[in-house]
Design a protein around this ligand. Structure first.
Ligand SMILES: Cc1cc2nc3c(=O)[nH]c(=O)nc-3n(C[C@H](O)[C@H](O)[C@H](O)COP(=O)(O)O)c2cc1C
Length: 198
């Protein structure tokens, strides 16, 4: 089995729901399995440290996860039209992997959740693509052959799957969002198996 890393940060659970749907899409591909990982929150109190093991959700990511996985799905909430600081903080710690070339030639996709429909999802997705391009990754989005992309009234973009959580921050995905997330996971896994020999 070859592992595809699904790495996300989520404070209220919406991005975690997308991550789980993407993971189900990955797991539907024979020979591929999702490895769910998260990053700790960052604190304005610099001395504060997170517990070694998260209280719930996926384990914290380690450098070995980046090395061992043959593809990557990267997710973050939209924060002022950009990725959240904990994900950026983690990415800023990956220069060792950049120097080793651990991610070169591996496929990647990105995903996000925001409270409002036009609140910067696409700029957030683009912001997450930039460091992945520096790492030499090959980005894949969602093709319009996925019919839900043309009809969704909630989340879903060709740059990567999304969720619109609304002002009440509801993490539950719409049917279109769930299907698109699974399709993105499946597409990433199929690409990874073609591109990278595990
Ligand atoms: C500091 C901060 C900035 C935010 N900026 C935006 C934004 O620019 N546009 C938007 O629509 N939602 C924004 N939100 C709302 C989150 O993107 C939204 O609640 C998201 O679904 C949270 O994902 P999570 O449940 O995985 O934590 C912001 C939230 C916070 C805390």
């Amino acid at each position: 089995m070859a592992d595809i890393l699904v790495l996300y940060y989520s404070r209220h659970g919406a991005v975690r729901e997308l991550a789980r749907a993407i993971a189900r899409g990955i797991d539907s591909v024979p020979g591929a399995q999702a490895r769910l990982r998260t990053v700790p929150a960052v604190s304005t109190v610099c001395e504060a440290t997170a517990p070694a093991v998260p209280e719930d959700g996926a384990p914290y990511v380690e450098a070995s996860d980046l090395q061992e996985c043959i593809g990557l799905a990267l997710g973050s909430p939209t924060r002022f039209g950009n990725m959240a600081a904990p994900m950026k903080y983690f990415l800023d710690s990956t220069s060792g992997e950049w120097m080793k070339g651990s991610l070169i030639g591996k496929p990647a996709c990105v995903f996000t959740s925001s409270s409002s429909q036009h609140g910067g999802q696409e700029s957030t997705l683009l912001s997450m693509m930039l460091p992945l391009l520096h790492h030499g990754m090959l980005l894949c989005g969602v093709p319009y052959s996925e019919a839900d992309l043309s009809t969704t009234q909630t989340g879903g973009t060709p740059y990567g799957v999304t969720h619109v959580a609304g002002q009440e921050n509801k993490p539950t995905l719409s049917e279109e969002e769930r299907r698109l997330a699974m399709a993105q996971g499946k597409r990433l896994a199929l690409l990874a198996l073609q591109l990278v020999k595990p």
